[in-house]
Design a protein around this ligand. Structure first.
Ligand code: ADP
Ligand code: ZN
Length: 721
């Protein structure tokens, strides 16, 4: 679009971004032409900019209606960090401050005003709006979270229904409605309830390319798997559980394992909830364990992973909840743990509903959720098709695409299983059938004489888990049924008989043993780059704490990443980074540039020394060495030097390699040293990861790195001879 050539300049000036995301530009152009708008974008799509930039360009005040006080505060803080004149009015603001802010508005000093809907329509407020309208003009009403106006949405708020009054009072002021809710019904409702006139409707794709989706089976040791996932993922995360009790338990367990996790659910007091939320947003706590009460109104853009430790009730909720990861566009992970006992719990909850129609819909939605979790197609294809969007698959960023699951013919096994159900006269559950197939001598089997059945023991070649997998798949493929009265008795249907008569074959997905590799997992080399990133984060946190704002309000993760890549040397280079607007450049530029330069200098000495063959020792290594000789542990040295312990380990390992008298026995037990040397002799000088895989979890990277120093020294030594 060639119209409005200045838009890109304004974008860079106010927000520091170089280009619009699709379809922001189209939306903004129409906003500037005073059209009514309905904007539907997934979370993280960049909705706010669609009304914020026009608000800055247009004459007058833009009034933003937002349902949550916390959200308002957040957005206004963010804008002010960019030097944009924005403010908010709600019940949390004192009368004195309210008057001051109203004055500022009437003086034309404010471009964006955030208000809660109930305030907007109060008798005191409307006269103020009238004044604004006459004196400086109202450029638009932006209705954020517009789905709140619809009963069909997931968050109906009756106050939103009053908004139509604005239309009547100020017929010439355009209304812009924005939401992340995708369903057709809600869309139509928003247009009707807000009285939008020939609105231009923009629906962005719901494909969130930066999110890696995966589903794992929940097993007894899934907690360990969860811990592992937390350890190998950087940054903040949300873990969703179904019930308050589970939230409490899991948060407690994680804390016990030294992970800074906090609980969040409706059973906590308001103060506790908001304290925990603030700690999470400010990066004082890394993980929020929560029920679905947590999320709406959390604007944290740098959530790096969302785990559903229990399954969601439906795919739309799952999409919205998991979508709280990676709003900043950086790669993030969404993991769902599937367990059939959780499904049972949800089914039970659904059964408590009194309305039969509601029950049916809820069950069907749950079914779709399970189909997603069990699906073998690209996860994106399944999700997007739910929103009526076609996606061709092969996204390359989900477990099914990265690790296609082999399908196997299990017709024979299916025949065995189904005929066992038939022999038991369709009166038993899955567990009993499998016990018979596996030839177990349970009390029930002996009491019923089922050890006399012809199918007794014909399934010894398959494990309990394999039989379960088959049975579930038969159920999901509709080749077998189960009573839903709470007893779960297996029943045959006409398709089951087709299978038994060999008129129908059965294929099931057999998950491979090894786990999918996630793009975000870092190699040893990437870890070096990570170091600077962590330092930048530390600086960001210091600045944020000093101003009592969340870290992301200073710079987003993506801007920090760019700093690690571009390593700007001066303000001019710094200003080019996406996310650096004129205001932030003058506020923070110098501090970040100084840090990057200090890092480069330090690193220079490291790289020049490690390339030199004569084994020169750098200054930073020397400092580490001195502290080591004073008897400090790696952790203590790291603390004292304000470096990461991995860096200290690296120093020590290099020092060993350079024949310095580092006391390795203090750092790694002699037994472990022996074992590591053995493995190195077998594998050679390969990266640490395969060595660690060989040795197992009881060996740390640090230990291996240190011993590798010793091993390298001996190898170099013998090769020189
Ligand atoms: P939504 O309200 O749709 O969930 P936001 O408006 O909060 O999304 O935007 C999500 C993130 O994307 C924010 O961190 C925002 O600064 C960033 N963003 C928005 N537009 C752009 C753009 N054109 N270029 C780069 N980043 C952008
Ligand atoms: Zn995929």
């Amino acid at each position: 679009m060639s119209e409005y050539p200045h838009l890109e300049n304004a974008l860079k000036h106010y927000f520091g971004y170089d280009s619009f995301r699709y379809p922001q530009r189209e939306i903004i152009v129409e906003a500037l032409e005073n059209r009514d708008l309905l904007v539907i974008m997934p979370t993280g799509g960049g909705k706010s900019l669609c009304f914020q930039l026009p608000a800055l360009i247009k004459k007058g005040l833009t009034v933003v209606v937002s349902p949550l006080i916390a959200l308002m505060q957040d957005q206004v803080d963010g804008l002010r960090k960019n030097g944009i004149p924005a403010t908010f009015l709600n019940s949390s603001v004192s009368p004195y401050k309210t008057r001051m802010r109203e004055q500022a508005i009437l003086n034309g000093k404010i471009k964006l005003l955030y208000v809660a809907p109930e305030r907007l329509l109060s008798e005191k407020f409307l006269p103020l709006l009238d004044l604004v309208h006459h004196q400086i003009g109202i450029s638009a009403f932006a209705i954020d979270e517009a789905h709140c106006v619809s009963e069909w949405g997931h968050d109906f708020r009756p106050e939103y229904r009053q908004m139509i009054l604005l239309r009547k009072r100020y017929p010439n002021v355009p209304t812009w409605a924005l939401t992340a809710t995708a369903t057709e019904r809600v869309r139509a409702d928003i247009i009707k309830q807000l009285g939008l006139i020939q609105p231009s409707v923009h629906i962005a794709s719901f494909n969130r390319q930066n999110l890696y989706y995966e589903v794992r089976q929940k097993k007894k040791n899934s907690y360990v798997e969860l811990l592992d996932l937390i350890h190998k993922t950087e940054g903040s995360g949300i873990i969703y559980c179904l019930t308050r009790k589970k939230v409490e338990e899991l948060a407690f367990k994680l804390q016990h394992d030294n992970i800074s996790a906090l609980p969040y659910h409706a059973g906590l007091s308001d103060t506790e909830r908001s304290e925990n939320q603030t700690k999470f947003i400010r990066d004082d706590a890394r993980i929020m364990v929560a029920t679905i009460a947590f999320g709406m109104g959390i604007n944290k853009p740098d959530v790096r992973f969302v785990v559903h430790f229990d399954i969601s009730r439906n795919l739309e909720s799952y999409y919205q909840e998991s979508g709280r990861a990676g709003r900043d566009g950086e790669s993030s992970r969404c993991t769902l743990f599937l367990s059939y006992s959780d499904v049972k719990t949800i089914e039970w909850l659904i059964d408590q509903k009194s309305d039969e129609q509601e029950q049916m819909i809820a069950k069907q939605q749950l079914r779709q959720m399970i189909d997603y979790a069990e699906g073998t197609d690209c996860r994106r294809t399944i999700q997007l098709s739910y929103f009526g969007e076609r996606f061709t698959g092969n996204c390359g960023n989900c477990d099914n695409c990265c690790n296609p699951q082999p399908v196997e013919d299990w017709t024979i096994e299916a025949m065995k299983f189904l005929s066992c159900v038939a022999r038991c006269k369709q009166r038993f559950g899955m567990k009993h059938i499998i016990d018979i197939l596996q030839g177990r001598k349970t009390q029930k089997i002996l009491a019923k004489g089922h050890d006399q059945l012809s199918t007794y023991g014909i399934g010894k070649d398959r494990s309990l888990d394999e039989w379960r997998m088959l049975a579930r798949s038969l159920l999901h493929q509709g080749l077998l049924e189960q009573t839903t009265d709470g007893y779960s008795v297996l029943k045959l249907n006409s398709l089951s008989w087709e299978v038994m008569r060999k008129q129908r074959s059965v294929s099931i997905v057999v998950p491979p043993q090894e786990k999918a590799i996630w793009k975000g997992e870092r190699s040893e080399k990437a870890e070096e780059a990570e170091f600077l990133f962590q330092r930048l984060r530390q600086l960001r946190k210091q600045l944020a704490d000093a101003q009592s704002v969340p870290p992301y309000a200073i710079f987003g993760d993506s801007t920090l990443r760019l700093m690690t890549q571009m390593k700007p040397k001066n303000k001019q280079e710094f200003s080019k980074l996406a996310g650096v607007g004129s205001h932030k450049l003058s506020q923070y530029g110098d501090k970040f540039i100084a840090l990057i330069q200090a890092y480069l200098q330090e690193n220079d000495s490291i790289s020049s020394k490690s390339n030199s063959s004569n084994g020169d020792i750098s200054y930073t290594e020397l400092q580490t060495f001195e502290l080591h000789q004073q008897g400090l542990s790696i952790k203590e040295i790291a603390q004292q030097r304000n470096l990461r312990s991995t860096t200290i380990t690296r120093h020590l390992s290099d020092l060993i390699e350079k024949n310095q008298p580092v006391n390795l026995n203090l750092l790694v037990t002699v037994e472990k040293q022996k074992k590591i040397i053995q493995v190195l002799d077998i594998l050679g000088d390969v990266p640490l990861t395969p060595i660690k895989e060989y040795l197992g979890d009881s060996y740390s990277f640090d230990e291996i790195r240190l011993v590798r120093g010793k091993w390298r020294k001996s190898v170099n030594h013998s090769s020189k001879k």
